[in-house]
Structures are given as structure tokens and as C-alpha cells.
Design a protein around this ligand. Structure first.
Ligand SMILES: NC(=O)c1ccc[n+]([C@@H]2O[C@H](COP(=O)([O-])OP(=O)(O)OC[C@H]3O[C@@H](n4cnc5c(N)ncnc54)[C@H](O)[C@@H]3O)[C@@H](O)[C@H]2O)c1
Length: 509
């Protein structure tokens, strides 16, 4: 009988592991509050253990493996890697532990059929009752009311989430492509993805929107890449957002406020937003992050997505990573992760909106400095030094503005990885390299127009915004790299000044 149970559990584990793997690959939602990675690790490790047990491994080794498994699951390594944030401590998370412990323990209990029966009963009880128990867990008290509406609408099969991408530049078009591949595949999204296009007339005399809808390509900002048949370009902003409850903002930051003003009163009440926009607005009352601007203007929750993401590389499906920064509601973050996640675009979530957003914004200032170094042919050591000093100022500035910013955020894709890629290959670096090669004689505006064909530089305007914050708060001396970048960009200093400030380096951070 015990051999039968052993075989049955062994077989069951293979079925569960296969099922969980299928769900992970297809992005199908978990039935309850557990991540697929968590279940896969359970299933896989218990399978390994039972194989060992079959081969006569001693019980103390088996028990040691159980403890290891417990620790492994507690740290949620796998679920973190697939981008699903760790579940919060909840009494109802423990059925999963019970599940794995029983599956390990059962084969050891050859001698006690009574105990085995009790364990079997408890195992099936917890396994099948888990969804019901977890449904009773109270909603996160800090969640915004809109978020709860949002989740309710997601759970209703008749109200699939509808996505609008607001922006259609280089990154906006790639974002639409990523999203469109997922909305076709995942049942809780509408297939169609609307993409709002700031209408332009092409040299051929045709409207950009018409060409995108006819060729399925953004011939101006992402030529040669098919966006997906389910992407519909729409030049009418109001019409583009009308039915959508997931709004993806991805325009150059200087246009966001104007767009939001046009959207007031025009969006769904249960809408959620995510900002892929890098930059900030400086107002009389202080700096305002773009996600905050969207939240304040539209009265909706806004997450962010940032990372080491040069759009053209992701467009041709080269592997990269990104970070979703979210405020309170983990389930909303998971839904954004699912919307963007593909095998070549790995998305993880971090509960630190300001930290993630400031990383994405400030690294453009450091990239301008890296471009000066390249333009003056100062070499790799100098560039690495500039990147390190830049990262240090990014962290200090973020934490001085928002004490809640976490150190760990700087090690996510949005932090050090984005800094490296931007300083090696981004458009800010490219244009500032040209600026330095020309000895500062050609303006950034001129070089931007000539080199970027309609794409926008962010680093120069961000450096100016950061400078305004620094001078307003009396922090200029604490941030010599940031302030020098602005002074070079505005013609007050020559590009070579980028390495002439070392004696000014502060010792305080
Ligand atoms: N391109 C990248 O590799 C990349 C990667 C990550 C993040 N980002 C960020 O994404 C955001 C959008 O960048 P992008 O690369 O998609 O844009 P882009 O610079 O390629 O294109 C500019 C866009 O702005 C639009 N535009 C021009 N004038 C406008 C106006 N008055 N109002 C509204 N829109 C107007 C243009 O039509 C075009 O769609 C930026 O904040 C950028 O920093 C870009």
C-alpha cells in the first residue's frame, strides 16, 4: 500500500510540475495567492527528493532536504526571478508548505497507517481549501479604491482589461509590440491594443497613423519592425483611451502634463496607469515625478516601468530585463508584469515607485557625462569612474528627496543595469559625444535635430531640472557631477570640465 501511495504521489508531482510549467510558460494566472515559481520549486524539488528516496537514501538526508526546501520556498527565489513579488506573510500561505511537507513525509511513514491517513486528509483539505481560505484574506488596507475596482474588473471574465499605449515614439512602439504579443496570449486582456499617435505628416504626404495601420509598422520611429496585427494606431487621444482601464504612458516627459490635462474626465473610473517616461517636472513647490503628475492630474494610481532597455535592441527581441515600481498593491504590479513579460523581456517588481523612477530619470544625466568622456577620448577608466560617481549621486539625490527609496532598487535593472547600458549605447551619450567632439560649438538642439530624426533627448533637460532642485535646496556642492553636466550643457563650462571637479567631491556620501 505504501508503495502505491509513493507511486501515486510521485506521479501526481510530475503532473503538477508539468501543469505549473505550462501555466508559467503561458502566463496563466494562479488559482490562488501563490506564484508559479513557488509551486514549480515545490514540485521539482519534491520530485528530486522522492527519486532519491526510491534509491534508498537515508531518512535523515531526506529530512535535511525538507528543511532546505522550506528555506528555499521561504526566500521565494524562483518566484522573484519570474517577476512575481513575494507574497506577504499570510496564515493562508501555509497550505503550500503543508503540501510540500506532506508530499515529502508520506513516503517515510510506512509504519503508521493511522498517521498517514490523517496527513493525507489534512493535505487534501488544505490543498483544495486554499483558494477559499485565501479569498477571505482582507484586501490590503492601503490599496487605492481605484485599484480594487481595477482588480474586480480583471476578475470578471466579461470585462477583460483593455490597454492603451499613450505615445508612439521609439520606445512607445516597442512597448506596444511587447504588450500586443501578451494581450493575444493571455485571456484577461482584450486582444486589441490602442496606440495613441501624435499625428505627423510623412515626407510622402501620408499621415503616420494611416501608414502604421496599413503596414503594421511605425515607419518613422521603429522602421522594419512589425508591431502586431492587434495594434491599432489612433490619432484621437480621447477615443484611444475611451474603453481602456490600463493606460501606458510613454511619451517624452515634456508632453505628459499637456496630455493629462486633455484626459481629465475622459478616462474610466477604474483605470490604472503605468509610466515608462523618464524625466521629472520641476514646479514652484518642488520636483514632481511623472508618475505623481499622472496620479494627481487624473486621480488614478500610477506605477512605473524602467530598466536597461534600449528600445531598438528589445524590438529585435534581444534579451533584457526591466523593473516595475509599484506603490501598495502587489496584485496590480503582477498584472503589469504579466502585460510586459516575455521570454526575452524579463520583468520584476519592486515596491519603490520613486526609487525606480528616479533611477530611470537620473541615469540620463550621467549618460551625458559619459558622452563627454567618449567625445574627448578619455578612455574606459575615466568612463567607469564617471559612472560610479554618477551612481553615487543618483542614490544620494533620490534618498535626500524621498527617504523611502530603498538601496536594493539601485541593484535592479532600473538601477545599475540601466546606467551601464545608457552610458555605453544610449542616444544621450551619442549626442553629448558629438557635442564634446565639436568643442561645444554646436548646440544640443541642433545636434538632436540632426542626429535623432524626431526622437527626443532627455538628459539635457533632466540635468537642467536637477540643477534647479539642487540650487533651490542649496545642495549644489553635494552633487558636483550633476551640476557640472548642466553647466557644460548650458555653455558655462567646456566639456573637459567633466573631470575637473574632483577636488570638489563631497566626502559626506
Ligand atoms: N527609446 C528608448 O530606447 C527608451 C527606452 C526607455 C525609455 N524611454 C523613454 O520613453 C519615453 C518616450 O520615448 P520614445 O523613445 O518612445 O519617444 P521618441 O523620442 O522616439 O519620439 C518622440 C515622440 O514624441 C512625440 N511628440 C512630438 N511632439 C509631441 C507633442 N507636442 N505632444 C506629444 N507627443 C509629441 C512624437 O510623435 C514621438 O512619438 C521617454 O521618456 C524616454 O526617455 C526611451
Amino acid at each position: 500500500m505504501s508503495t502505491l501511495i509513493l507511486h501515486a504521489t510521485f506521479f501526481g508531482q510530475i503532473v503538477i510540475a508539468t501543469f505549473q510549467f505550462w501555466r508559467l510558460v503561458n502566463g496563466v494566472a494562479m488559482p490562488h495567492n501563490l506564484s508559479s515559481g513557488f509551486w514549480m520549486s515545490n514540485s521539482f524539488m519534491s520530485w528530486v527528493f522522492k527519486s532519491l528516496h526510491f534509491q534508498g537514501f537515508p531518512k535523515n538526508l531526506a529530512l535535511r532536504n525538507m528543511v532546505l526546501l522550506y528555506k528555499y520556498n521561504s526566500s521565494n527565489i524562483v518566484s522573484h526571478e519570474i517577476g512575481v513579488p513575494s507574497p506577504p506573510p499570510s496564515p493562508f500561505s501555509f497550505p503550500s508548505y503543508i503540501h510540500s511537507l506532506f508530499l515529502f513525509t508520506l513516503p517515510l511513514l510506512h509504519n503508521s497507517s493511522a498517521l498517514r491517513s490523517i496527513l493525507l486528509f489534512l493535505f487534501f483539505f488544505f490543498y483544495f481549501m486554499a483558494p477559499a481560505l485565501e479569498a477571505q484574506v482582507p484586501q490590503d488596507q492601503e490599496s487605492l479604491p481605484q485599484s480594487n475596482n481595477f482588480l474586480n474588473s480583471l476578475n470578471d471574465a466579461t470585462h477583460r482589461s483593455k490597454v492603451t499605449v499613450i505615445g508612439s515614439g521609439n520606445w512607445g512602439s516597442v512597448a506596444a509590440k511587447l504588450i500586443a504579443s501578451n494581450t493575444l496570449r493571455l485571456r484577461f486582456f482584450h486582444d486589441e491594443v490602442r496606440m495613441w499617435v501624435y499625428e505627423e505628416t510623412l515626407p510622402s504626404g501620408e499621415k503616420l497613423t494611416d501608414v502604421i495601420n496599413r503596414t503594421n509598422e511605425n515607419v518613422k520611429y521603429l522602421p522594419g519592425i512589425k508591431l502586431g496585427q492587434n495594434v491599432v494606431a489612433d490619432p484621437d487621444l480621447e477615443n484611444a483611451v475611451r474603453d481602456s482601464n490600463m493606460l501606458v504612458f510613454v511619451t517624452p516627459h515634456q508632453f505628459v502634463e499637456g496630455i493629462c490635462k486633455r484626459l481629465v474626465g475622459k478616462i474610466r473610473e477604474d483605470a490604472e496607469a503605468i509610466s515608462l517616461v523618464k524625466g521629472m517636472e520641476v514646479k514652484m513647490e518642488g520636483p514632481c515625478m511623472i508618475s505623481t503628475l499622472i496620479s494627481q492630474q487624473l486621480g488614478i494610481n500610477c506605477s512605473v516601468l524602467m530598466g536597461a532597455n534600449i528600445a531598438n535592441e528589445i524590438a529585435v527581441e534581444k534579451f533584457s530585463e526591466a523593473t516595475v515600481g509599484y506603490r501598495n498593491n502587489r496584485e496590480v504590479a503582477e498584472r503589469w508584469v504579466q502585460l510586459f513579460y516575455t521570454p526575452y523581456f524579463i520583468v520584476t517588481a519592486a515596491q519603490d515607485v520613486e526609487g525606480v523612477e528616479l533611477c530611470g530619470t537620473l541615469k540620463n544625466v550621467v549618460a551625458i557625462a559619459a558622452g563627454f568622456v567618449d567625445g574627448l577620448e578619455m578612455g574606459n577608466n575615466t568612463k567607469a569612474a564617471i559612472m560610479r560617481l554618477g551612481l553615487r549621486e543618483m542614490k544620494a539625490f533620490s534618498k535626500m528627496l524621498f527617504p523611502s527609496v530603498k538601496d536594493s532598487t539601485f541593484f535592479e535593472s532600473c538601477g545599475v543595469a540601466d546606467l551601464i547600458t545608457t552610458c555605453l549605447g544610449g542616444r544621450n551619450r551619442k549626442v553629448s559625444e558629438a557635442y564634446a567632439r565639436n568643442g561645444g560649438k554646436r548646440s544640443f538642439d541642433e545636434l538632436e535635430a540632426e542626429m535623432l530624426q524626431g526622437q527626443k533627448l532627455q538628459g539635457v533637460s533632466t540635468a537642467s531640472e536637477v540643477y534647479e532642485v539642487l540650487s533651490h535646496r542649496g545642495w549644489l556642492e553635494l552633487f558636483p557631477l550633476f551640476s557640472t553636466v548642466h553647466e557644460i550643457c548650458s555653455g558655462l563650462l567646456p566639456p573637459s570640465a567633466i573631470v575637473e571637479y574632483s577636488e570638489k567631491l563631497p566626502r559626506s556620501f
